[in-house]
Design a protein around this ligand. Structure first.
Ligand SMILES: [Zn+2]
Ligand SMILES: [Zn+2]
Length: 260
């Protein structure tokens, strides 16, 4: 039995726990150290037992709590070479804890595979976690579009935490300045509800049964809109919620663990 626990998910902070038996990791540490530790304690996870923190990229909403968490609990940090360089420059105090992800990384009985995402950050990543029962899950947020590499990585995952950042019409009509709208909508921005839903059609058809929509914009999205965009697209393929798949929305904070 494995757990995917979206502790926090929004442009204010992202952090996800994935665990199986005694082994567990975090993807990102974008809320306070205390916030992460408190959430882990709800699931009876001792932060000191974490096998690693896998960083997707160095934007503040993904690393805000990293410095304090690593110093306090001495957990190794994994990232792509370019993200590792950025982390070392930004948080020199944790340099000795940073490891560059080259190939797959084994953490206890789990194996973590990095894949590249397209975002306005060089070397940004998503991660697929292979669990000892043969299942896989993935965390994939902060991407402008779904590349073939992303699709190949997510295919076959039982559970996927996937970005459903914005409703395009809400973003276009909203109050963001033009340069920010352009950035979000670009190939190096964030994934819209529509683009997310389109990929979900392919993923559920290939066996994904647990979907967690994450990194929803507070300004340019609503949980109901993100959800209906996904369920409508899946319905078009004849896929029924709670029969063929289960769908959750990762809240900005106080998320709940999903068992798969
Ligand atoms: Zn982000
Ligand atoms: Zn980002």
């Amino acid at each position: 039995m494995s757990r995917l626990f979206p502790i926090a998910s929004s442009s204010s902070g992202n952090c996800t726990y994935i665990g199986h038996g005694k082994d567990g990791i975090l993807v990102d540490a974008g809320i306070s150290c205390k916030g992460i530790a408190d959430a882990l304690s709800l699931g009876a996870v001792d932060p000191k037992t974490l096998g690693g923190i896998f960083i997707t990229h160095e934007h503040t909403d993904h690393i805000q709590g990293l410095r304090v968490f690593v110093k306090k609990y001495q957990v190794p940090v994994f990232a792509s070479r370019l993200t590792a360089n950025a982390l070392t420059a930004e948080i020199p105090e944790i340099e000795d804890h940073i490891h560059i992800v080259e190939g797959d990384v084994a953490v206890g009985d789990m194996t973590i595979h990095r894949f590249a995402t397209s975002h306005d950050c060089e070397g940004s990543s998503g991660y697929v976690i292979s669990l000892p029962d043969g299942k896989k899950c993935a965390v994939c947020t902060d991407l402008g579009f779904v590349s073939e590499e992303v699709h190949a990585a997510l295919t076959g995952c039982a559970a996927v935490l996937f970005e459903s950042n914005h409703d395009v019409a809400m973003l276009q009509k909203g109050s963001y300045p033009p340069h920010l709208k352009t950035r979000i909508l670009s190939d190096k921005g964030h994934l819209s509800n529509t683009a997310c839903a389109k990929e979900l059609q392919r993923l559920v058809e290939s066996g994904t049964t647990r979907i967690v929509l994450g990194h929803l914009s507070r300004e340019n999205n609503l949980p109901e809109i993100a959800k209906s965009s996904a369920t409508a697209a899946l319905m078009d393929k004849g896929l029924i919620e709670d029969e063929d798949y289960t769908l959750y929305i990762a809240p900005p904070k106080n998320g709940k663990a999903i068992i798969f």
